[in-house]
Write a protein that binds this ligand. Sequence first.
Ligand SMILES: Nc1ncnc2c1ncn2[C@@H]1O[C@H](COP(=O)(O)OP(=O)(O)O)[C@@H](O)[C@H]1O
Ligand SMILES: [Mg+2]
Length: 227
Amino acid sequence: MAISRLVAKNLHKSFFQGDKILKVLCGINFEFEKGKSYAITGVSGSGKSTLMHLLGGLDVPTSGTVFCDGQDLFKLKSSRKERFSNRELGFIFQFHYLIKELNVLENISIMGLIRGDSKIESEKRGIILLKDIGLSDFAQSYPTQLSGGQLQRVAILRAIFNKPSFLLADEPTGDLDAINAKMVINLISRCKDEWGMGIILCSHDDAVYNRMEGILKLDDGLLKQEK
Ligand SMILES: Nc1ncnc2c1ncn2[C@@H]1O[C@H](COP(=O)(O)OP(=O)(O)O)[C@@H](O)[C@H]1O
Ligand SMILES: [Mg+2]
């Protein structure tokens, strides 16, 4: 099953802060297509991460929903939802969250194991992916031995290991200098150009979001298309 559309339908999300209700998303409607790239921009606190978490099924909306090819993401049974998220959606964050006790190859091929592939099969695919992005020499290295930009690229490989339909990236270059940010964004672009994934990225760095085809801005709880 590969999905071709991720659709936000009248998404609302509020948080309790003390005894007050904070309305962060106030009716988001948008259709994201596989094979296209989108940037979500907006000032800090505008709700970018909140929206990304809902699109990835990592949090539940107050009302409204996310449809994946017509299937309500929040109505899937938890086992199916897990399986679905694992295969169809890849997620990367500002910090890489690699497991420090595992080497680079183990950190990415664990995604194959979770899916049910054998260790040999998973590591074989891991080696091909690392070679492809020029990091084969680091297969046996541990996360503490890599630079921030290298770690983030490994985190991307982990996210795309099972060839998801969509890659969701929350401020993926937020912790990187310009040169490393460029390498990361080049790899994200390849995910679309070569592997046909849909990219949904949030960033407030214009050098990053200008590389995406569609530019959307979160403002006052609503999403407006700028490009
Ligand atoms: N779990 C939470 N509980 C309470 N408030 C939250 C929670 N998550 C986010 N918020 C609030 O929601 C608003 C939007 O946050 P966020 O989505 O992280 O914004 P952005 O990613 O654009 O900086 C912020 O005011 C933040 O404090
Ligand atoms: Mg954020």
